[in-house]
Every structure is written in C-alpha cells, then in structure tokens.
Design a protein around this ligand. Sequence first.
Ligand SMILES: NC(=O)c1ccc[n+]([C@@H]2O[C@H](COP(=O)([O-])OP(=O)(O)OC[C@H]3O[C@@H](n4cnc5c(N)ncnc54)[C@H](OP(=O)(O)O)[C@@H]3O)[C@@H](O)[C@H]2O)c1
Length: 279
Amino acid sequence: MTVPTLTLNNGVQIPQFGYGTWQVPPESAQDRVAEALDVGYRHIDTAQMYGNEQGVGAAIAASGLARDEVFVTTKLNNNRHDPAVVAGSVDESLEKLGLDRVDLLLIHWPLPMIDIDFVDTWRALEEVYAAGKARAIGVSNFQPSHLRRVVQEGTVVPAVNQVEIHPYFTQDELRAVNSELGIATEAWSPLAQGEVFSDSALEAIARSTGRTVSQVVLRWHVQRGDIVFPKASSVERLKENFDLFDFELSAADMGAISALDAGRRIGPDPDTMSWVPEG
Ligand SMILES: NC(=O)c1ccc[n+]([C@@H]2O[C@H](COP(=O)([O-])OP(=O)(O)OC[C@H]3O[C@@H](n4cnc5c(N)ncnc54)[C@H](OP(=O)(O)O)[C@@H]3O)[C@@H](O)[C@H]2O)c1
C-alpha cells in the first residue's frame, strides 16, 4: 500500500494523502500526529490558526523519521496578512514546529473584504520562499478571480490551492481553473466533516465494493487527482482512512458520487469570509 506522490509546479513532491489537524486540540496534537505517523501517514496539514503546530513538531521530532520523510504544511493566519509581519510570523511557526523550513506554506484565506490586498501578502510569501523557509508556497480558499490576480501580478505561481471539496461540493469549475494555471488542488473537509456517513447512496457503494463509506469517499478524491488529508481521532479510523490504495472505484461509482454534488458549502464563502482573530 503506497501513497502516490504528486509533483508540484516547482518540482517538489507531495504525498497525495495525509493527516489534517484542524480541531485537533493542542494538548493532544502530539499523540494524534504520532499515531498518524505510526500508521504510515507522511503528510501533515496544520495551520497557525489551529494552535497545534507545537504538538505537530514534537511528534515529528519524536518519530525518529528523517526530515525529508515527512511533508509539513502550515498556513498564514488571517491576522498576519500585513506584509511587514509575514516573515516574522513564519519564523514563529518554524520555531513551534522545530523545523528550518516547511514543505508548503499557504495563505489561509484571501480575505478580499479587508484592507490588506492579498497580492501584497502573496509577495511577502514569495520573499519567504526565496529565503528558503518554505519549499513551496500556495494559497487556500482562493476563488478564480483571486488566483488570476496572484498569477498575473506575482512572480511565483502558487503550487496549490486548498479548497473545500466533498461529494456535496465538487468544485469542478474551480478545479479546472487550478489545472489551467498549473496549480494542484487540495480538498479540505473531504468527508464533509462527517456528513457523508449518513448518506444512503454512499452506503450502497460501500456495500457493493466491500469498503467503508470513508474509504469510498476518500478513494473518489484520490482518483479525481486531488490531494486529501482527512482528520480522524482514533487509530482505528486513521488506519481505515489510510487503507485506500489497493482498490479502485469503477467509472460508474465515480460518476454516482460526483452526481451527489449540490453546490453546498459547509464552510465559509471565501468571497465574504472576513474573520480576523485578535492579536
Ligand atoms: N484551508 C482551510 O480553510 C481548511 C478548512 C477546513 C479543513 N482544512 C483541512 O482539511 C482537513 C480535513 O478536513 P476536516 O477536518 O474539516 O473534516 P473531514 O476530514 O472532512 O472530516 C473529519 C470528521 O470525520 C470524522 N471521521 C474521520 N474518519 C472517519 C471514519 N473513518 N469513520 C467515521 N468518522 C470519521 C472525524 O471524526 P473524529 O475526529 O471524531 O474521528 C471528523 O468528525 C482539516 O483537518 C484541515 O487540515 C482546511
């Protein structure tokens, strides 16, 4: 069972499957990430906003794995968009993670309604990249209009765009724009934050393939070519979610899952999201 590796637009290799740490409390992050590494996960998605970078770093340090065996992503918080504070904020993340550089650094939200232009924030990320503190830089929750501005006005094309994608929100138009621009798509909330587990259509596909609903949905993402990192809180679920690479969904099952699309977001709309934490 090998997790496929994708090549980003600057040549950096990324495991297509990983572990997401949103809502993993800081005090248990080290244990959860240690369990994920133990199961075989080699890609950890964290963020300044999640407050658990320290636990993620501690688990990686304690794992004994070589630095280049684990792919680590973090994201710039919404209150760190001012270009003057970006580099210092990344240094704080590196300190917490116990790393010299991250593998991937993202702008978490574009925040088009605040008075700092995300293109200016992007230029500050380009400097962090040039300084060697991130092997790749990218964005999250960017809409096509945001992406096009960054590509036209910046000098580095984002390596990834991490956006909400699940069977109820398949985002095919945005995925097509990502591909057109050479940007890899990462799918956040791939299990629709648990909503997929009560879906009778998905249960039927799970029964007919002899897999679980979680495996069927995650396999659908992988076969679409997106990068995914579900969150889970037990070793059993970590193992179940990881066990995806020895079966394939038929074209009919892929189509049936895609047909569940209802254009329905669970998370905030990036065009109006303007929440900036204190501090
Ligand atoms: N860039 C962004 O703005 C953004 C936004 C949201 C998420 N993300 C990233 O995407 C990652 C994944 O998204 P997510 O955490 O929102 O949601 P998700 O991965 O779609 O779903 C996680 C939920 O599914 C449950 N679950 C996982 N595996 C299961 C299984 N095998 N059987 C039954 N239940 C299972 C989990 O329960 P337990 O935890 O109780 O096991 C949890 O409640 C995040 O952790 C984060 O890294 C990024």
